[in-house]
Design a protein around this ligand. Structure first.
Ligand code: HEM
Ligand code: HEM
Length: 443
């Protein structure tokens, strides 16, 4: 009897996060790729390794860098723990980005799932802040100058830019106040926000009846009603993903060390000074657009679009079908091709012939060097959307999605260019002509 009660209690815990049964079609690995669960595992690893790091790390300007040296050389497994924290932080961005794409491309952000889309955006923002604040903590040359270059970008935002910059830095320059603030945000504020948002996120998935059930446009969904118990069918899959990710991260951390350059020297900036890799696309935009558009207008448009996405609804029920339809997949591929040709050509053309971002300090040049390229890009995007509608008689969702694929591939090309193809003075060059420290943004 007592044994039976114990058994029920144990099962109850799992049923807090999972329904007793799940539609078997949602268990197909290629629907979610285990990415949401993967993000949870990585975030948990960050908390565990972060707490361990706290035993040695010191958050004062004079001791921060030395404490990392002590951690790496004098503490048993210190280097491994730092490596896991460092690579885990980078991998979680990639996994989250892919999770976001899977939600988008399976159409799982409409109706009862839209609140979860917004919660997810909040989670992504928190993880970016975690990375950004953690980046400064080792206080080596790379981290000091990467944070300097990122916070410098606020200067291009009219009126509110400088006050925001001062707020983030806790003064005019990066110093002890910046480090203390970043440390507090990193180890307390953001982890608490992440925990609350995550609980809400999981509750919403549960409330929506689990992940989206694939219903393709052409397929009849007759077998959709078939359900299987969550234990063991769902739980065993989650455990497998968790173990693979933990093992993968450990192996990676054993073979690849987290970079650490010399102690921060505010008097000597490295050339080139690069932003962290996840902001390299933004930094690359700065090479081509007026700074006001590159660091303010374009990011604001992007964020507004991400927030507004659940409202763009076509009324078709394609949820759970990757890329809407077979036609959607074909159009997506065409978008990839167009972006892979046009974006590199534009980057090279602007670098050597147009040079739009040059001489952008005067207001008059904002029209020529700022508005013209933005108008050209917007015109091109509308044109592409119209072309898809006419040529393929695309649904609204297929057209929007193809445009997103175009923007996504463009963003990836900009990021790769910023990381691998920019050398001293941020001039274009081949990756084999720049040193590893000049590819600093992989830090
Ligand atoms: C999603 C969660 C987190 C992310 C993305 C993250 C990210 C980072 C990054 C990128 C660094 C710099 C690593 C380096 O290159 O040296 C760092 C450092 C650090 N983090 Fe985190 N972190 C997270 C959570 C935490 C938590 C919860 C704690 C503590 C409770 C923590 C404590 C630390 C400490 C002490 C350092 C300085 C040591 C070092 O730089 O190696 N982190 N974090
Ligand atoms: C630390 C961050 C995050 C964690 C731990 C997390 C975790 C999860 C998990 C476990 C699921 C269910 C299984 C799966 O879809 O893989 C899920 C679903 C979902 N996530 Fe996230 N997620 C995070 C961030 C995000 C982001 C950045 C977005 C989008 C902006 C997002 C949007 C959604 C949506 C809309 C669903 C429901 C999908 C469906 O019903 O099919 N999540 N998330």
């Amino acid at each position: 009897m007592a044994n039976n009660r114990k058994k029920t209690k144990k099962r109850n815990f799992i049923y807090h996060i999972h329904p007793p049964t799940v539609p078997w079609r949602t268990l197909k690995f290629t629907l979610t790729w285990g990415l949401g669960g993967g993000a949870l595992v990585l975030a948990s690893m960050q908390v565990i390794t972060g707490i361990l790091l706290l035993f040695v790390y010191s958050s004062t300007m004079s001791k921060a860098y030395d404490s990392i040296l002590i951690l790496q050389h004098d503490v048993l497994f210190g280097k491994l723990i730092r490596n896991i924290h460092h690579w885990g932080a980078n991998f979680i961005i990639i996994v989250l980005f892919l999770h976001m794409l899977r939600v988008f491309f399976t159409g799982a952000y409409h109706d009862k799932r839209k609140v979860n889309w917004w919660t997810g955006l909040g989670l992504f923002f928190c993880v970016l802040i975690s990375n950004f604040t953690g980046y400064l903590l080792p206080l080596d040359q790379l981290s000091y100058w990467a944070i300097t270059i990122c916070t410098n970008m606020f200067e291009y935002i009219p009126y509110i830019g400088i006050p925001i910059q001062k707020l983030i830095r806790g003064g005019a320059e990066i110093g002890q106040v910046t480090l203390s603030n970043f440390f507090a945000i990193h180890i307390a504020l953001v982890p608490i926000a992440l925990a609350i948002l995550m609980l809400f996120h999981f509750w919403r998935v549960r409330k929506a009846g689990g992940v989206i059930i694939p219903v393709s446009l052409n397929e009849d969904a007759g077998d959709e009603s078939k359900r299987v118990p969550s234990v063991p069918h769902l739980v065993i899959r989650e455990l497998t993903v968790a173990l693979v990710i933990i093992a993968g991260l450990f192996v990676f951390a054993v073979f690849f060390d987290a970079p650490l350059s010399g102690k921060a020297n505010p008097g000597m900036s490295p050339n080139p000074t690069k932003a962290p890799w996840y902001f390299a696309g933004l930094q690359e935009l700065l090479q081509h657009f007026h700074p006001f558009f590159a660091v303010f207008v374009i990011p604001i448009l992007l964020v507004s679009w991400l927030i507004g996405l659940p409202f763009l609804k076509s009324g078709n029920n394609y949820g759970g079908t990757w890329f809407v339809s077979a036609k959607g997949r074909r159009m997506g591929l065409i978008s990839v091709g167009i972006a892979m040709i046009i974006i590199p050509v534009m980057i090279i053309f602007d670098e050597y012939f147009l040079n739009f971002a040059a001489g952008t300090s005067e207001i008059s040049s904002m029209t020529a060097n700022g508005l013209i390229p933005v108008a050209v890009v917007l015109g091109f995007l509308f044109g592409l959307y119209g072309w898809f509608q006419i040529k393929y008689e695309a649904l609204k969702d297929e057209g929007t999605q193809s445009l997103c694929i175009f923007l996504l591939v463009s963003f990836i090309i900009l990021t790769v260019t910023g990381i691998l193809f920019r050398g001293p003075g941020m001039a274009l060059c081949w990756p084999w002509n720049i040193t590893l420290s000049e590819i600093a943004s992989i830090h």
